[in-house]
Design a protein around this ligand. Structure first.
Ligand code: C2E
Ligand code: CA
Ligand code: CA
Length: 757
């Protein structure tokens, strides 16, 4: 028997060694602990092997030493194994440090026992006619056993808890380890208690190592995987059906049964039920089909996928059919598409989509003549400010609704941005008269308020199918700038003249800054004379001597720069020129003033008073010599603020002149409040008046009024001796006009002064 057991031990030692080596080679997390466990199990097994085969006391003693210390190593690696095996997600278990201390103490005492024999002693025994050394336990071994059993109990407890706690599919993983441990522990205990002379408990140890190796590295729990997959498939939102090669339904998931309205035993009904809903479904090959069932609000969309399942010899083992209800998805997609091409407030097309549609329409209807309409709601900021944003939104919706209901299907329309709408309309469907009538009385009401919304239309005639849509709308919008009386006129066409004007505007605007730096702009001076006809000063008027376009009077460029704000550059330059001339005159003893023009736009863009004040101090000239001409339009906005600017200028010593008085909106009533020193009355504004007597009366009264208010009067546009005499007789103080001299270069003016100064 001893020999048989020895042979078994040799086999077990070999198997354990193979397990340890294979575990070392495996790359799983648990490999290392398994390798350690198998290696440590080798120690007590080899120890026992020697005890069994030897008849020598020393070898047996060494065998026991390896046996007991080996058990300690086994416990340590078992602990380590449990730690890694039971690692769950991020929770890590630690082996308490005190355990290592107790273990080390045990190892020391077992070593000391070699000399003291306080833990065990070995006695000679005859077994099967051979000497066998059995051990007699002493007090030291009790310590060893307590520690080993305590650790074993802990490990058993850990695996018991894990077996109970884990989800059903994973329970088995822990249960097999727990079972193995229990079997081995029982076996070992039997040996300890029964004191069988030849130790066979090592067979249990080796069995334990082999089992751990198998369960943690080799075994795949197919049953658990099956169960897991079934759970997943059961819970899937699609209806799933499995058919055998003869198209007999074998199984359906929960959704599949619900969809086919069957119970668990009624898989035979599946084919018929599906056929009722979808008709024939192509199922002999792997494919995907989309089906639409029902109509109107009950429309439902399905995605049907058939998969042929083949085995490894490529024989068909069955079919899987999955049916997914994609109605929600389809609806969401449709909604997204709608939202992408429709404006959320008005429900009309967005700008980008409108452009796309117009492009397509023009290309497909070459024979039809179309108009591009740019519709703008004017002064809309006031609507929003006066009422509320929601009223503003309401107004936009009303306009959109009108567009929608009044225009035929031959038109395309959308919201371009903010208060602008865009329309493509066949020319013969556009009735300008009707439209004008509609726009002149466009009322939006919210129940409490009625508000007249001012709407302007800019029109562009489409001339070719491949014109750029954006450019056409830009031109239609540009036409709006030609509307003069915004309350009377609502519709404007883009024409060639407008186009030329735009080109001209761009042409000269691009050149301005070079023109200034190259001094192509230069001041001309027109004399201003007193009653005796002697020059007292001059007005500085800009001229542009353009190297390409030649001599340009201000009428060709001033209005352009007034529109785009570049007038500021011109005026600043002219003011500086005037100051340069005055500064030189001051040195040369020429005691004349120069009037400079200030555009209404300047007041919007810069701080006029401080710029002019800075200039006179830079050139050290008397502010009285630089007269300032403003027009009454300056007083149309921010009256108080503008009055203040004029007062500031006057208190700084400047003389302020009101230019073109009477040609615009001014009322005589305003005159008394206006902080000006000179009234410049324009004769031209009277010249067209048929009733000359009446004109004279008006001028006479303006002059008289200015005298009463202590304001000097200056009449410009004096062309004849009679006019001069008459005005002098009316007590006008100063005169300017072709009768005396036309505007001229500075040098010519200085010559002129020699005769008329
Ligand atoms: P304005 O300020 O009313 O200047 C007087 C205009 O009347 C000048 O035209 C002048 O040449 C013209 N004029 C003078 N006497 C007579 C006359 O007896 N008969 C007629 N028919 N016309 C006469 P100009 O120089 O072409 O300037 C036109 C307008 O351009 C000016 O009107 C002024 O508004 C503007 N302007 C000229 N230079 C400047 C400037 O430097 N800055 C600004 N902001 N505007 C300027
Ligand atoms: Ca002027
Ligand atoms: Ca004038």
């Amino acid at each position: 028997m001893r020999n048989n057991i020895a042979i078994i031990y040799i086999v077990l030692i070999c198997v354990l060694t193979v397990c340890a080596i294979s575990a070392k080679r495996s790359r799983q997390k648990i490999s290392n602990p398994v390798m350690l466990l198998c290696a440590s199990l080798l120690v007590p097994v080899i120890g026992n092997f020697f005890i069994i085969i030897s008849e020598d006391r020393t070898i047996s003693k060494a065998g026991y030493y390896f046996y007991f210390t080996g058990v300690d190593f086994v416990m340590l690696s078992l602990m380590h194994f449990a730690k890694v095996y039971c690692k769950n997600g991020e929770t890590k278990h630690k082996v308490p440090k005190s355990l290592y201390v107790l273990m080390t103490a045990d190892l020391i005492q077992l070593t000391v026992n070699l000399f003291t024999e306080h833990a065990y002693d070995i006695d000679e025994l005859e077994v099967e006619g051979m000497i066998y050394y059995n051990f007699t336990p002493r007090i030291g071994l009790t310590y060893h056993r307590i520690i080993v059993y305590a650790i074993l109990a802990c490990i058993l407890a850990i695996f018991t808890v894990m077996t109970i706690k884990m989800p059903r599919v994973y329970k088995g993983r822990y249960a097999v380890i727990l079972g193995t441990l229990l079997v081995v522990a029982a076996w070992q205990s039997v040996y300890v208690v029964a004191r069988i002379p030849v130790n066979t408990s090592m067979i249990g140890y080796a069995f334990c190592g082999i089992c751990f190796f198998y369960f943690s590295l080799i075994y795949r729990p197919h049953k658990f995987l099956d169960r897991m997959l079934t759970n997943i498939v059961e819970d899937m939102p699609e209806a799933l059906y499995v058919f055998d090669p003869n198209k007999k339904c074998l199984w359906a998931n929960e959704e599949g049964m619900r969809f086919a309205d069957i119970d668990i035993q009624e898989f035979d009904l599946v084919n018929e039920r599906l056929k009722n809903v979808f008709g024939e479904i192509r199922s002999n090959e792997t494919n995907t089909q989309n089906r639409v069932i029902g109509s109107g609000n009950d429309t439902r969309y399905y995605n049907i996928e058939t998969r042929v399942v083949n085995d490894d010899r490529n024989l068909t083992t069955g079919y899987v059919l999955s049916i997914r209800d994609t109605t929600e998805e389809q609806m969401r997609m449709k909604r997204d598409i709608y939202n992408a091409i429709h404006d959320s407030l008005t429900g009309l097309y967005t700008c980008e989509y409108l452009y796309e549609r117009i492009d397509e329409r023009l290309k497909n209807n070459i024979s039809v003549k179309y108009l591009i309409v740019f519709l703008e709601l004017k002064n809309f900021k006031i609507v929003n400010d006066l009422f509320s944003k929601s009223f503003g939104d309401h107004a936009l919706q009303v306009v959109a609704e009108q567009i929608r209901t009044r225009l035929s299907d031959n038109c395309l329309y959308g919201r371009l941005a903010g208060v602008n709408f865009g329309i493509l309309i066949p020319e013969d469907e556009f009735n300008a008269k009707e439209m004008d009538a509609l726009l002149s009385n466009f009322i939006v009401s919210d129940g409490n308020f009625d508000y007249h919304i001012l709407i302007h239309l800019g029109l562009y005639r489409v001339t070719g199918e491949d014109e750029d849509i954006q450019v056409m709308f830009d031109r239609a919008q540009l036409a709006l700038t030609t509307i003069v009386d915004e309350f009377k006129n609502h519709i404007a066409y883009y024409n060639n003249e407008l186009r030329q004007k735009m080109l001209w505007d761009q042409h000269i605007s691009a050149q301005l800054s070079d023109a200034i730096s190259e001094r192509q702009l230069c001041p001309y001076l027109q004399p201003i004379v007193d009653t005796s006809g002697k020059a007292v000063g001059a007005e500085a008027l800009v001229r542009w001597i353009n190297p390409v376009d030649g001599f340009m009077p201000p009428g060709k460029f001033i209005p352009v720069f007034e529109r785009n704000g570049m007038i500021v550059e011109v005026d600043r330059y002219m003011w500086r020129c005037a100051c340069e001339i005055l500064s030189r005159w001051q040195k040369e003893g020429i005691d004349k003033f120069i009037s400079i023009n200030i555009s209404p736009k300047d007041f919007f863009i810069i701080d006029v008073a401080s710029e002019i004040t800075a200039l006179v101090s830079e050139f050290a000239i008397d502010p009285e010599k630089l007269r300032i001409e403003i027009t009454e339009t300056v007083m149309m906005n921010n009256v108080d603020e503008r009055m203040q600017v004029l007062s500031d200028l006057r208190s700084a010593g400047f003389i302020v002149e009101m230019d073109d008085f009477g040609s615009g909106y001014s009322s005589l009533n305003m005159l008394k409040d206006m902080p000006v020193d000179v009234l410049k009355i324009d004769m031209k504004f009277l010249s067209s008046t048929e009733d000359e007597v009446r004109s004279q009366k008006i001028i006479r009264n303006i002059i008289r009024l200015s005298t009463d208010l202590d304001i000097m009067s200056l009449t410009e546009g004096v062309e004849t001796e009679e006019q001069f005499k008459m005005l002098a007789e009316m007590n006008c103080n100063m005169f300017q006009g072709y009768h005396f001299a036309k505007p001229m270069p500075v040098a010519d003016f200085e010559e002129y002064l020699k005769k008329n100064g």
